[in-house]
Write a protein of this length. Structure first.
Length: 218
């Protein structure tokens, strides 16, 4: 049975379409397709890494209206900067919510999977750990230690919110810790890759059809 889902999320600020296929790991008969366009280059890079190392096919298209007039006074520039930052924040959060919703819909009833996943991922000097429990009790804890204000056009303070939004929308408990690293790009990317590997482990089919809980339901 295929584990796929499509989600469209439309707000006053953004319009996001997501398609996800959970079963595109190397060695499977399904070709992995990744096509991400959020309008934020570094976020595209992170979602692409998440899909690649998670064994997922992912198509994500985000649209947003950003109209700029031709007045360039100091006050207008400040208002424009604030508006642009708000737009980018909405983009990041809404894309994570849409991704988490698509992930949850594709997975369906939590049955016949490992449920738990944990992984470490290094990137040069950086090392991250991620632990996930697909349990229908959403929670998220992140300790990323990012120091820069932005990586590319993505505000670093948004990265914990991306993990949080994904966890809440997907119904998972997620812990992400960057254990060491000097370069914030490396720290962030290793965190996304660790999450990808943890997800890949957690959604692996066990070959059975049991609910992985003593309660008998998740």
């Amino acid at each position: 049975m295929s584990r796929q889902a499509s989600v469209s999320r439309k707000t006053n600020e953004t319009e996001i379409d997501v398609f996800i296929d959970l079963d595109c790991q190397p060695g499977s008969s399904v070709a992995q397709v990744i096509d991400v366009s959020t309008g934020i280059g570094f976020l595209d890079h992170m979602y692409t890494a998440l899909a690649k190392h998670g064994g997922l096919s992912l198509t994500m298209k985000c649209k947003g209206d950003l109209w700029i007039d031709d007045h360039h006074t100091a006050d207008t520039s400040l208002v424009l900067l604030d508006f642009t930052l708000s737009w980018l924040i909405c983009h990041a959060q809404d894309s994570a919510i849409a991704l988490g919703t698509a992930f949850k819909n594709a997975l369906g009833e939590v049955r016949g999977i490992k449920r738990y996943g944990s992984a470490y991922a290094p990137l040069d000097e950086a090392l991250s750990r991620a632990v996930i429990d697909i349990c229908s009790r959403p929670f998220c804890v992140t300790e990323l230690g990012l120091k820069r204000e932005k990586i590319g056009e993505l505000s670093t303070e948004m990265i914990p919110h991306i993990f949080y939004s994904f966890a809440i929308a997907s119904g998972a408990t997620l812990h992400v810790d960057v254990l060491r690293g000097e370069n914030d790009h490396h720290r962030a990317e290793s965190a996304f890759k660790a999450v990808a590997l943890a997800i890949r482990q957690a959604i692996e089919r066990t070959g059975g059809n049991d609910v992985p809980s003593t309660k008998g339901v998740l």
